[in-house]
Design a protein around this ligand. Structure first.
Ligand SMILES: Cc1ncc(COP(=O)(O)O)c(C=O)c1O
Length: 341
C-alpha cells in the first residue's frame, strides 16, 4: 500500500530528478576534499545563506550538535528556548558531545525575549560557567515563523556581549517562503546556521552547517571526530543540490495545503485546531473529548492507508509535504470524520 504519510516532512522520498542525479553523480573521497559534487553543494549552500563556507553533514541533529561542539568549550553555557529542538528532541546530545550546559528560557510560541537573554548572560564570577553561545530556531518546531525583528534584536545583543549566535534552521526555507525573503535575509542574524536538505526539500539524507571560513575549518575537523567524515558522499550531495536549487519554490504549496487541512479539520465537531499557528506546513490540533482513545484514531487511519504520529503534550501534529495532494486532504478529513462520528 502507498501510505499517505502525515508524520513529518522527513518522510519525503527523493524525486525522480534527484534519483537520476544521484545515479550520475561525479564522486571522490570527500575526507580528502576530492568529491566534486560535495564541493559544489557546499559552495552553493554557503552562497545561498550569505556565509563564507559550508559543510555537508549527515543530519540536522548532527549539524546542530557539531555547531555547539565547535563554538563552545566544555562546561560553557548555551542559552536557548526551553521548547527548542536542540533541548527537547536531540537526546541530550549537548551534554554528551560538546559537554555544555543548557540554560533554557521560556518562549512565547518560540519567540525568545531579548531582555530574558540579556539577564541570563553570565558575568565574571569564580562560580559561574561562561556563556558560550545563544541558539535560535526558525522556523520553530511548533510550526511558527520567528519575526526578523526578534532575530535582529537577539543578534545585536549577542554582538554587544561578544557571543556567537547559532540558528537551527532545519526548516529555514519554509521560514523564508513564509516571510517572502531570500534565506540570507534570515541568516544575516546568525554566525552559524544548520539547515536540512532532507525535510520538505525531499533529499534523502543530509544537512548543511554554514558559517565563516575559520568556523567551518574547525567544524570539518570536529565532524571527523563525530564520525561524520563521509567518503563518496557526492551520491547524496547530488540530491542535495536539487533540493536547494529546485525545491524551495514548492514550499509555499506545502504551507497552503497545511492551511487547507487545518480549515477542513476545523469543520469537524470535537476538534480544536491551532489555526492561527499555521505559518508553515504543520497543523496542530486536539480532540476535545479527553477520554477519546488516540490509539484508536491512529489505527483507524492506518487501516485506511494514513500514517500519523501519536499526540505530544495532548496535541496531534500533521505535516504536509511534497507528496501530499489536495485529494489526500479531502480523504484524510473524511476518514477522521468517520473515526470521530
Ligand atoms: C527544528 C529542528 N531542528 C533539528 C532537527 C533535526 O533534524 P534531523 O532529524 O535531520 O536530525 C529537526 C528535525 O525534525 C527539527 O525539526
Amino acid at each position: 500500500m502507498n501510505f499517505i504519510d502525515l508524520r513529518s516532512d522527513t518522510v519525503t522520498e527523493p524525486t525522480k530528478t534527484m534519483r537520476d542525479a544521484m545515479y550520475n553523480a561525479k564522486v571522490g573521497d570527500d575526507v580528502y576534499g576530492d568529491d566534486p559534487t560535495v564541493n559544489e553543494l557546499e559552495n552553493f549552500a554557503a552562497k545561498l545563506v550569505g556565509k563564507e563556507s559550508a559543510l555537508f553533514v549527515p543530519s540536522g541533529t548532527f549539524g546542530n550538535q557539531l555547531s555547539l561542539f565547535t563554538h563552545c568549550k566544555r562546561g560553557d553555557e548555551v542559552i536557548l528556548g526551553e521548547d527548542s529542538h536542540i533541548l527537547m528532541h536531540e537526546v541530550g546530545a549537548p551534554a554528551i558531545i560538546a559537554g555544555v550546559q543548557l540554560r533554557a528560557l521560556k518562549t512565547n510560541k518560540g519567540i525568545l525575549n531579548p531582555i530574558d537573554i540579556k539577564n541570563t548572560i553570565r558575568g565574571e564570577d569564580i562560580h559561574f560557567p561562561d556563556t558560550g553561545l545563544i541558539c535560535v530556531e526558525n522556523a520553530y518546531s511548533n510550526g511558527k515563523v520567528i519575526p526578523l525583528s526578534n532575530m535582529k534584536d537577539i543578534y545585536n545583543l549577542a554582538k554587544n556581549n561578544n557571543l556567537p549566535v547559532h540558528l537551527d534552521g532545519a526548516r529555514l526555507f519554509n521560514a523564508a517562503s513564509y516571510l517572502k525573503v531570500p534565506a540570507k535575509e534570515i541568516t544575516k542574524y546568525c554566525d552559524s546556521v544548520m539547515f536540512c536538505l532532507s525535510k520538505g526539500l525531499c533529499a534523502p539524507v543530509g544537512s548543511i552547517l554554514a558559517g565563516n571560513k575559520d568556523f567551518i575549518k574547525k567544524a570539518r575537523k570536529k565532524r571527523k571526530i563525530m564520525g561524520g567524515g563521509l567518503r563518496q558522499a557526492g551520491i547524496l550531495a547530488a540530491a542535495g543540490l536539487i533540493a536547494l536549487q529546485d525545491m524551495p519554490k514548492h514550499l509555499e504549496d506545502d504551507h497552503n495545503k497545511a492551511l487547507l487541512l487545518g480549515k477542513k479539520l476545523c469543520e469537524i465537531p470535537g476538534i480544536n485546531v491551532k489555526l492561527d499557528d499555521i505559518d508553515i506546513n504543520m497543523v496542530f490540533f486536539k480532540i476535545n473529548n479527553t477520554n477519546y482513545d488516540m490509539n484508536s484514531l491512529s489505527k483507524h487511519l492506518y487501516d485506511r492507508g494514513i500514517k500519523i504520529n501519536g499526540p505530544e503534550n495532548g496535541f496531534m501534529r500533521f505535516v504536509t509535504h511534497y507528496w501530499i495532494t489536495i485529494e489526500h486532504i479531502d480523504y484524510i478529513t473524511a476518514c477522521i470524520k468517520e473515526a470521530l462520528g
